[in-house]
Design a protein around this ligand. Structure first.
Ligand SMILES: *Cc1c(COP(=O)(O)O)cnc(C)c1O
Length: 366
């Protein structure tokens, strides 16, 4: 009996290389792009362990939960870590990064998350990249939650290690991911005695045995289904047009923000400034006297298909997340989320104006 997921022909090295090329085109990069056979945490960790060591002084910018993790890996590598943390309702500024360099001129590594799906903010990478370049530091960027939701331009911004995953705005699989690597990042890894080698975390293995060997033979059997899903999702983005996909995300964020403000009932955007709000997902502050996770549970009871979640960990009480990404970046999802939140607020005795919220959302959709 045939099955769509089973008994597939092996994925050839040529097909694998062509998927890498398509991902490189999506990022508009001439750097090497390596597709890693695991969720994005694999290249995120592999890139830090490959390039950081006891001689590294890292500026680790924390604008959400992932920055915390990067700082832990950096410290584990023996790096001296300077954490620059900003409140989750805001973004970091290029001026703050410039001030950190002024105070610590020895900084030679900067880690940054572009957009934060977990907290709903997005950071000005182009401006920060200019500061990082001025000081010659290596620039590491987590673009998992920004790729396909807003421009990600590693070459233009001088990003040395740019990690993406397909599971957010690309609307693809979570089980494979990619990283673009600059020449100087490769050189740093090659010179780093502690860089993972003959290891699943190793980027160098892919450099030496795949990229430099002309991409003729894979290191091990690839995650075939995930690779096919990645190819299909890039194809779908190419067919719709990357600009159109990004515009859908920008509209979903703007419409959710405007709709929530018009809804009333004490609901407010979590990220104060609209320009610092991520296109990938919108976070809202639950009204005083309510619990975000309870509102979300009630909203999901009215429509379990909606991409609503409460904030993680300590944020569960105050933060509502509308994950309007990938196939959910549509007017229907935004309207559905506003409608479900209105009924959840009503159940908590809050007065809302759903008609006005839906009108605002519709008018804001570009
Ligand atoms: C989603 C995301 C990742 C990947 O983590 P998962 O929780 O496994 O999806 C990494 N970095 C950022 C900024 C993300 O938003």
């Amino acid at each position: 009996m045939t099955h769509p997921f089973l008994d597939l022909a092996p994925l050839s090295a040529a097909r694998f290389a062509s998927i890498e090329d398509r991902v490189a085109r999506l990022l508009n990069t001439r750097q090497d792009v390596v597709i890693m056979q695991g969720e994005a945490l694999l290249p995120l960790e592999g890139a830090i362990r490959g390039t950081a060591g006891p001689g590294t002084t890292a500026l680790n910018i924390v604008t959400g939960p992932y920055g915390q993790t990067f700082g832990d890996w950096l410290r584990d590598c023996g790096a001296t870590v300077i954490d620059l943390a900003v409140p989750f309702h805001t973004a970091v500024t290029a001026e703050q990064v410039r001030a950190a360099f002024a105070e610590h001129p020895e900084i030679d590594f900067v880690s940054l998350v572009h957009a934060e799906a977990a907290t709903g903010n997005t950071n000005p990478v182009a401006e920060i990249g200019a500061v990082v370049r001025e000081h010659g530091a290596l620039f590491y960027l987590d673009a998992v939650a920004s790729v396909a939701a807003e421009p990600v331009l590693p070459d233009v911004w001088g990003v040395d290690l740019c990690v993406i995953g397909a599971q957010k705005a690309m609307g693809g699989p979570a089980g494979v991911s990619a990283v673009s690597v600059s020449e100087r990042a490769w050189a740093l890894m090659a010179a780093n005695p502690r860089a993972p080698r003959r290891s699943y975390l190793s980027l160098l293995d892919w450099k030496e045995r795949w990229v430099d060997a002309g991409r003729k033979a894979l290191l091990h059997a690839p995650a075939q289904l995930e690779m096919l899903a990645l190819e299909a999702c890039v194809e779908r983005i190419e067919a719709e047009g990357l600009e159109t996909v990004m515009a859908r995300h920008a509209s979903a964020a703007a419409a959710t923000r405007a709709g929530a403000a018009a809804l009333g009932g004490g609901l407010e955007p979590y990220v104060h400034e609209a320009r610092e709000a991520a296109p990938v997902a919108t976070t809202l502050r639950a009204p005083a006297g309510t619990v975000a996770s309870e509102l979300v549970a009630r909203a999901l009871a009215s429509d379990p298909t909606l991409p609503l979640a409460a904030g993680g960990g300590a944020l569960a009480g105050e933060m509502i997340r509308v994950n309007h990404y990938g196939p959910a970046a549509t007017p229907g999802t935004v309207r559905g989320a506003l409608t479900a939140l209105a009924s959840a607020l009503a159940a908590h005795g809050r007065e809302t104006d759903l008609a006005s919220a839906l009108r605002s959302a519709d008018e804001t959709w570009i």
